[in-house]
Structures are given as C-alpha cells and as structure tokens.
Design a protein around this ligand. Structure first.
Ligand SMILES: [Fe+2]
Length: 332
C-alpha cells in the first residue's frame, strides 16, 4: 500500500457534509428550512439534520457554544484512496481518530476518520454516505451535488501557504486561480481557489498581503451551497430577506467560477453563499489566472451606508489586530 500513497488523488475527494455548532437552534431551523429551503430530516432539542439530496445528512446542527462550522466531512470515492490519505497523514505523524457509533450515524456515515485541520477546523474523511429513501420536502427544486460534492468553504488565514499546502499534500488539490481584491485602508486581500475535483473550488483561502491579519472570528468565513435553478436562487434570496436575515452581499457574479450568488449572514454570524451555475473545470485546457476583483457585478452589501462601513472596518481592524496575539493552528 505504502509505495503508492503518492498516486494522484485528484477527483477522488469531495465535500460531503458540514457540522455546525450553535445555541440558536430555532433560528437555524427558520433559516435553513424556511429561508434556504432545505429538507429537515431530524429535529430534536440538541440536533438538527438536513438533506439536500439522497444523502441522509448534509448539514448537521448541534447545540453548543461555538457559533461556527466545527467540521467539514470529505467523502472519498473508495477505501483504497482513503487508505492512501491516511497513510499520508501517518507519514506526517498527524493524529487521526476513527469514530463509529452515534457520532457517525448522526453524520449519515458508518464510520469516519477525524483530524484537526488548518485553523482548527475539523476534517473528517469517510467512504460511502448513507442514503434516505424518504422523498425530499424542500422549498428549493434541488441542489447540485454529485461527484463534485456539495459546495465549498472559504476561510481567512494568517498562514495561507500552509493551508494551501495541506489540501495539496493530502488531497492533491489543484490551484484554479487567484483573486486580488483591494480592501478599505489600502489593504490587499489575496484569495487562492483550490479544486479537489471538477468543481471550480472546494476550498478558498483568503489572506491580507504584507502584515497578515485575520479579522474573521469563525473558522469558516462562508460555506457555499449550489442550487439547481435561477428561480431557486432568486426565491431563496427573497425568502431570506422576508424572514429578516441580513445579506452580507446581495446577488452578484464572480469573475472566476462565473457563479451567480448571494451571501446571507447565518444565525451564528458566518455567511452562507447560495450560488447557481458555477462552471466545471475542463482539465485539458485549464490555466490558472489572476483576477483584479472579486465580483464582475453586484455583491453589494445590504448595509452600504458610510457609517456602517466605517464601523465595520473599525470592528474588523480591531479583531484583526487581536488576531496577531494568538497563533493560528496548523497541522503541518
Ligand atoms: Fe464562495
């Protein structure tokens, strides 16, 4: 086994589920079921499980104080590939724990392997998701999943090279492109987009150029889900607004994956980007490009008043400076 651990794993890993921890379970139910229109599969005092396709669980919301995404589950296509990844972790002496039983059942898998990833985000690996025979009851017509997975996550980091290396070294991620976005106060934000399969990116890593600041409290800045139609996008946008959820960025389009999307602030404070019509990468002719702006059009903040922006920038700056005081976790 060990002699082939460096065979290419590109295309064999996909984002499979996310675990959210929050004390605001009632708001999360309103947001995910009535706002984004997901299927609520199970609901208790401490746990909610949501579906968007045949998988038994795609989003797990657990009662707890983090107000953050705690874990991303990655589905691996077969045991052989999973063993290669585990061997790579072992080669780097990283601590990986195997979980079965109730924790696995809640995630809709028989077992999973867990380690602490960049910025302390849980990384869980599994083969074979459990499926449900129950018909979906959703306000959206469908979500795009399949072999490219359920969406992507974006994180801010003060160690962007290490985060990028983590996904490249263990999952054979490829660089899709980069965006360089000028921010308030002359700060430049560099964002690298990494793909694990044909989805343009499964992970995006944002970092301030020069002095590394991380103004984001949560491990994940946003998580993306992709809907099946433009009606789904516009109807979800309207429903979220009608329910009173604030848009971090209204509908717009990114220059690299060409996805139309909006960013809504979740009850826990991080954002969910709901998107439609992102391109799939053709490996035969793809060359990584650099783009000078994050959006071709739109993505305007809902609160665009000068006072709001000044306050936001001041708040972000103060949290950014505070972030210099404590080191960011990196497993490698
Ligand atoms: Fe995104």
């Amino acid at each position: 086994m060990k002699n082939d651990i460096y065979d290419d794993l590109f295309g064999k890993v996909q984002m499979g589920y996310a675990v959210i921890e929050s004390m605001k379970l009632a708001q999360w139910k309103l947001f995910l079921k009535q706002g984004l229109g997901l299927h609520l599969a199970d609901d208790s005092e401490t746990t909610q499980r949501y579906r968007i396709d045949s998988h038994a669980c795609r989003l797990l919301v657990n009662k707890g104080k983090a107000e953050d995404i705690q874990t991303i589950g990655y589905e691996v296509t077969d045991e052989h590939s999973l063993n290669r990844i585990l061997a790579r972790f072992e080669g780097r002496k990283l601590k990986v724990e195997k979980h079965t039983g109730e924790e696995a059942q809640l995630r809709g898998v028989d077992e999973f392997h867990r380690l602490t990833g960049p910025k302390g985000l849980g990384i869980e690996l599994y083969v074979n998701a459990q499926t449900s025979g129950q018909p979906l009851n959703m306000l959206s017509s469908g979500f795009v999943t399949g072999p490219a997975g359920m969406g992507h996550v974006a994180m801010t980091s003060r160690l962007p090279t290490k985060v990028q290396r983590f996904y490249q070294e263990f999952f054979d991620a490829r660089l899709s492109d980069r965006i360089h976005q000028p921010m308030a106060g002359g700060v430049m934000l560099d964002i690298a987009f990494l793909r694990l399969n044909e989805r343009h990116h499964s992970v995006a890593i944002a970092a301030t150029r020069g002095l590394r600041l991380d103004p984001i409290r949560t491990k994940v800045q946003h998580m993306n889900l992709q809907v099946a139609s433009m009606d789904d996008l516009s109807n979800s946008f309207r429903r979220c607004k009608d329910l009173g959820f604030e848009m971090a960025h209204e509908i717009g389009q990114h220059p690299n994956d060409l996805e139309l999307s909006f960013y809504v602030i979740t009850p826990s404070g991080f954002e969910i980007e709901l998107g439609w019509d992102a391109l799939a990468v053709n490996e035969s002719n793809w060359t990584p490009a650099d783009y000078p702006n994050i959006s071709v059009w739109g993505h305007k903040p809902q609160k665009a008043g000068p006072l709001d922006l000044a306050m936001l920038n001041l708040g972000n700056f103060r949290r950014g400076v505070a972030s210099l005081l404590k080191p960011e976790y990196s497993p490698i």
